[in-house]
Design a protein around this ligand. Structure first.
Ligand code: PXP
Length: 239
């Protein structure tokens, strides 16, 4: 099981004062040295946390380890293709949302821009992930679009109000993982995963990587980033 550590909220903390601390680059160095498999950064349209300069600095030391989350816009595609990061995850993005609000809608209206984005990214040698709901129709659409990876959205799972709802969503993610493997897609999961809910997702057969941010950064405030990272690695690798 691979772990992608999302460092957006290191940058959130820096942005509230507009200075240079804490440094996402330093955080990335620590995470990679301690066994994070790659670094996730979401360059949002409003630049509320990660900035282009963060990604450019990280690219100088670990270009291939950058998993760039971004919306499907020309500005972002141009930036990613010039950065030549290892992989990109295409996500929906809405103004004023606190965090990504769910998976991409792979409907008729969105298919053309997503198809074009995937082509441009592939031409630049970048692997493409689509953040989607664990729905068979979305998985099949992702395959038709020639995505390399699907990241299954665990928002519904992590926000489940009771055990019955949590189990039902876990089963949906398990079934989606089976289908994704049949379709020969790499499978990731993420959104709202934390130290309490991650183990059941890490146990899913065929699940290959988990992308986790807020929980790790929140724990690092009290326990330090190295310990927060190691605690998470221990939980997901034991499965
Ligand atoms: N995966 C995707 C596609 C996301 O948009 C996010 C949030 O930026 C995450 C994973 C990480 O979510 P969290 O911060 O809740 O761990």
């Amino acid at each position: 099981m691979k772990l992608g550590v999302n460092l957006d909220h290191i940058a959130t903390l820096r942005q509230v004062r507009g200075g240079v601390d804490p440094s996402p680059l330093k955080a990335a160095e620590i995470c990679l040295a301690l066994g994070a498999d790659y670094i996730v950064m979401h360059l949002r349209k409003d630049r509320r946390h990660i900035q282009e300069t963060d990604l450019k600095k990280l690219a100088k030391i670990a270009r291939e380890k950058i998993h760039l989350e971004m919306s499907v816009t020309k500005e972002m595609i141009d930036f990613a293709t010039s950065l030549k990061c290892g992989s990109v995850c295409l996500v929906p993005e809405f103004p004023n949302e606190l965090t990504t609000s769910g998976g991409l809608k792979l409907n008729k209206r969105n298919l053309l821009p997503i198809t074009r984005a995937i082509k441009s990214l592939h031409n630049a040698g970048i692997k493409v992930s689509l953040f989607i709901s664990p729905e068979p129709s979305d998985l099949r659409a992702a395959k038709r679009l020639e995505a390399d990876i699907v990241e299954l959205c665990t928002k519904t799972y992590s926000e489940a109000k009771n055990e019955k709802a949590r189990k039902a969503e876990l089963e949906r993610i398990e079934m989606a993982t089976i289908l994704a493997k049949e379709l020969d897609l790499e499978v990731h999961a993420g959104h709202g995963l934390n130290y309490k809910n991650v183990e059941d997702i890490a146990r899913i057969n065929g699940m290959e990587a988990l992308n986790i941010g807020h929980a790790i950064i929140a724990r690092s405030v009290f326990r330090g980033l190295p310990q927060a990272l190691l605690d998470m690695k221990l939980l997901i690798e034991a499965k």
